[in-house]
Write a protein that binds this ligand. Structure first.
Ligand SMILES: Cc1cc2nc3c(=O)[nH]c(=O)nc-3n(C[C@H](O)[C@H](O)[C@H](O)COP(=O)(O)O)c2cc1C
Length: 165
């Protein structure tokens, strides 16, 4: 049986769309990471808040997680927007808090971006997790065209569930 879950953070909806599409294709559970204090909904103000956190690799507090038992899953997809070349701080927090629970699992990162592509997201994600999980190659999707990327998202989901790189 396929025991997979998609865990994601999204500020403006692109990564949420990607996560929902991947979860549907993979038959996976879906879980949203939420910042304890949400970022401002104004783009420039959000940038002002997030930039020093991203550059400083800060862990922004996230909402307590209830009802999520990672032990039930073999494959864990993690989705993040690309913020200043790295993962959004709430995702950094979640991965840091859960890296021990990811031991022995297959972990698949995906991200959406505004033109920068993967940048440091995949590398920094893998560095946090270390070598106790099987981290498959990460995949970047353009955020502005995400709604026309359903076939690519579905292909990614199917390949990673099959353990393909
Ligand atoms: C605070 C902030 C910083 C961003 N930094 C980058 C970046 O460094 N490189 C890039 O390609 N896109 C960057 N973007 C664009 C987002 O990665 C892109 O729009 C993404 O699809 C948004 O995902 P979301 O809708 O799930 O929040 C940034 C967006 C925000 C709000």
């Amino acid at each position: 049986m396929n025991k997979s879950i998609v865990i994601y953070y999204s500020w403006s909806g692109n990564t949420r769309f990607a996560a929902e599409t991947i979860a549907k294709k993979a038959g996976a559970a879906l879980f949203e990471i939420k910042a304890e204090t949400p970022y401002n909904s104004d783009f420039n103000k959000c940038c002002d808040e997030a930039k020093p956190e991203c550059y400083g690799k800060k862990l922004r507090p996230i909402m307590p997680v209830s009802g999520l038992d990672l032990a039930k899953y073999d494959v864990v997809f993690v989705g993040t927007p690309n913020w200043w070349g790295t993962m959004a701080p709430p995702v950094r927090t979640w991965v840091t808090q859960n890296k021990d629970a990811l031991k022995g699992k297959t972990v698949c990162l995906f991200q959406t971006h505004g033109g920068g592509g993967m940048q440091r997201v995949g590398r920094e994600f893998a560095e946090i997790i270390g070598d106790t999980a099987k981290v498959l190659p990460p995949k970047a999707f353009g955020g502005s065209s995400i709604k026309s990327s359903v076939a690519a998202l579905e292909a990614f989901a199917a390949e990673r569930i099959a353990g393909k790189q």
